[in-house]
Design a binder for this molecule. Structure first.
Ligand code: ATP
Ligand code: MG
Length: 684
């Protein structure tokens, strides 16, 4: 009944796929079929009679998890594939907390804070301790607190930060921060993994429940896991040891977020009886691309040596194009996409433009628009940081969860209801002394405004409207959970109408073009909600959790449309494209300016270059600009040191101008050919 053909695998892949019990490590280079082994192995386990719901496969992004599910469905059919638990660490953690967070004294449902909310709490803490945010930077404090969570310890126990003067402040603020979160019945992103580990440590019964459920656990991109994730996994697998991990130490690129490559390098030591499989054949790229990638990564000192080869032939040489400035670079890439598309009969979706940091996408977007080339930017986070988007999402959150104090506080005066900061403080105080939630306090005030000084009739009428509205939509969204025919996006649109948010945007934004864009952004959430409901049949609560977990999910919809993909090197991990442009190959971009002075950071930058090069199947172009506009001034740039590490015999070096004249020559040739053809046709 299953459509599983192991003959398509090479002997090592087959060995890994058919391994059933006990720890398994697949340590192999890029494009060698690691992810493919995971998906085939899931199908194989199902074929061997293992229940699909007892299989857990963890990947790095929701998108990768969805893709895996599709690949498994190709072999097992969608019904069985649906039962396999395919997810990211964070959504798995969120699911565990949804069921069991009460074991730690939280209420259900809980809220997930975003970075803005976290920052606000750190600022409260600074006020409380009379610290100056100019000296004690809230962003850095948060990053230390986060690092500590990922190491499952306190800030003061972080060895690498012991001498950092900020660490002692972080230690002090850590307690305040944790208490504040609990008071808000909210968790941050790291808590989604940290709190389940606390539950597992304190409640053996709950741990056993999950350990029993997940009999076979697999993890893709294992080189990017951190200490906390290792602990988490260990709680799940320590009874049966059925853990299969795949990864490539050369692609470990999240060290800056606490990932420890030791997890993969020490796996054999940590899990006794590990079977290790190495894969050496690369199925993705041609050999010249691999030679370049291998040569670059060979400059890193600490690594496991790997020999990658491909049966796909040498292929085309790489190209390095030096452009005069950023505009020329962007236009060159756009023109080349058109040319490749015609010459090799490719689709726009076969192309990717990869860069080091998100803002680099802007010039390329402009050029692609000029050429009318369809494109999608992946993982741009700014969307969710826009005020109107945050406001509307907060409304939806407040409807879905009356305990979500952060969201309710955010919208209580949007559109203005006459509740300024002072009044807001008084209401919080009123809630606090009565030991009520903020929402309950609003309910009481709507009924009897005299209980807090300064609330007149006008304000109290508006408060009544607000709490009625929240109650009403809370009920309607809850009812929708039982009735899949209710369109969540329609309900969302009703929320917009009832709150007059669109009017509010149009009346506060003077510039009509910007106003239009802000309204479009709000609309975008509704269409995303509609798409989500159609695709996964989920509830509002689940949609909100998903966008809190993986903001890039908002782009899922557009990703399916044809178009050139633009993304950072970090988000390109695991993906592949026939034609790749690695742009901005300059010092201070790659390697990034912050990583240039520390050998470890520099190695991580080199691994990023390796990840970028190995995304390409057939065509790879690297570009740099000699000058770049920054802060309104043209700035001289220097080509990346990694370019010099690419063997000269694998790469052609051109200037964008030369390439232009080549293109002109080609155009002339085409014209000649066409007229010859015409002449022939007319003669016969
Ligand atoms: P990365 O390190 O970038 O995550 P990976 O090791 O996970 O790469 P995959 O993405 O699984 O590699 O595979 C790379 C490409 O090679 C895919 O297109 C896959 O379908 C193909 N491939 C893998 N194994 C085989 C095989 N035995 N025969 C044909 N194609 C294969
Ligand atoms: Mg992979």
């Amino acid at each position: 009944m299953l459509n599983l053909n192991l003959d398509q695998l090479n002997p090592e892949q087959r060995q890994a796929t058919t391994h059933i019990d006990g720890p398994l490590l697949i340590l192999a280079g890029a494009g060698s079929g690691k992810t493919r082994v995971i998906t085939t192995r899931i199908a194989y386990l199902i074929q061997r009679g293992i229940k699909p719901e007892s299989i857990l496969a963890v990947s790095f992004t929701n998108k990768a998890a969805t893709e895996m599910k599709e690949r498994v469905a190709g072999v097992t059919g969608p019904k069985l594939a649906k039962q396999v638990y395919l997810s990211t660490f964070h959504s798995l953690g969120a699911d565990i907390l949804r069921r069991d967070i009460d074991a730690l004294g939280y209420k259900k449902p809980f809220a997930i804070l975003d970075q803005g909310d976290q920052n606000a709490i750190i600022r409260d803490a600074l006020k409380e301790f009379r610290l100056d945010p100019k000296i004690v930077d809230p962003g850095r404090i948060l990053s230390i607190i986060s690092k500590a969570k990922m190491g499952f310890c306190e800030p003061k126990d972080l060895p690498e930060l012991r001498h950092d003067p900020l660490t002692q402040y972080a230690q002090k603020i850590d307690g305040f921060y944790k208490k504040a979160l609990k008071g808000l019945n909210a968790v941050d992103f790291d808590d989604l993994i940290c709190l389940p580990v606390h539950i597992f440590e304190q409640h053996e019964k709950i741990r056993q429940k999950y350990a029993k459920k997940f009999q076979y656990v697999m993890v893709d991109e294992y080189q990017d896991t951190n200490m906390l994730q290792l602990l988490f996994l260990n709680h799940l697998v320590k009874d049966h040891q059925n853990l299969c991990v795949v990864g490539d130490d050369d692609q470990s690129i999240y060290g800056f977020r606490g990932a420890v490559a030791e997890n993969i390098l020490e796996f054999e030591r940590q899990f006794e009886g590990t079977v290790m499989v190495k894969l050496e054949q690369n199925y993705r790229s041609t050999n010249l691309i691999l030679d370049a990638a291998n040569a670059v990564i060979a400059n890193n000192e600490v690594r496991k040596d790997k020999a990658l080869w491909s049966a796909a032939g040498d292929g085309e040489k790489l190209r390095y194009i030096e452009c005069d400035d950023d505009r020329e670079e962007a236009e060159y890439v756009a023109a080349e996409i058109e040319r490749y598309k015609l010459d090799y009969d490719l689709d726009y979706s076969d192309f990717a433009i990869l860069y080091r940091v998100n803002p680099q996408s802007r010039v390329f977007e402009e050029a692609l628009r000029t050429y009318s080339i369809p494109y999608t930017v992946l993982g741009g986070q700014e969307f969710f940081d826009r005020k109107e988007v945050k406001d509307f999402v907060a409304y939806l959150r407040a409807c879905a969860n009356p305990n979500d104090e952060v969201s309710i506080r955010r919208i209580v005066n949007v559109p203005p209801r006459g509740i300024g900061p002072t009044l807001l403080e008084r209401i919080s105080e009123f809630a606090h002394v009565n030991k009520w939630t903020f929402r309950r306090a609003l309910n009481e005030l709507a009924r009897d405004p005299s209980r807090v000084e300064g609330i007149g009739h006008k304000v109290s009428d508006k408060l009544s409207d607000l709490v009625d509205m929240l109650d009403d939509f809370g009920d309607r969204f809850e009812a929708a959970e039982q009735d899949p025919t209710v369109r969540l996006a329609e309900l969302g649109r009703d929320v917009l109408k009832r709150t007059h948010m669109i009017n509010h945007i149009l009346s506060t934004e003077k510039n009509p073009r910007i106003a239009r864009r802000r309204v479009d952004n709000v609309e975008e959430i509704l269409s995303s909600l509609a798409y989500y409901q159609d695709r996964s049949g989920g509830t509002l609560q689940k949609f909100l959790t998903r966008i809190a977990l993986d903001r890039s999910d908002m782009n899922d919809k557009s990703e399916e449309q044809k178009g050139v993909k633009l993304m950072t090197l970090h988000s390109s991990k695991g993906l592949e494209f026939p034609c790749v442009f690695l742009v901005g190959m300059e010092e201070e971009y790659l390697p990034h300016i912050r990583s240039m002075n520390n050998p470890q950071d520099l190695s991580e930058e080199r691994r990023l270059a390796y990840v970028g090069i190995t995304r390409a199947k057939r065509h790879l172009t690297l570009t740099s600009a000699a000058t770049r506009m920054r802060y309104g001034k043209a700035e001289d740039r220097e080509p990346s040191r990694f370019l010099a590490e690419i063997p000269p015999e694998t790469i052609d070096i051109q200037r964008a101008g030369d390439a232009q004249s080549l293109a002109d020559q080609r155009e002339a040739q085409n014209q000649k050919y066409l007229s010859a053809l015409k002449a022939q046709i007319f003669k016969s």
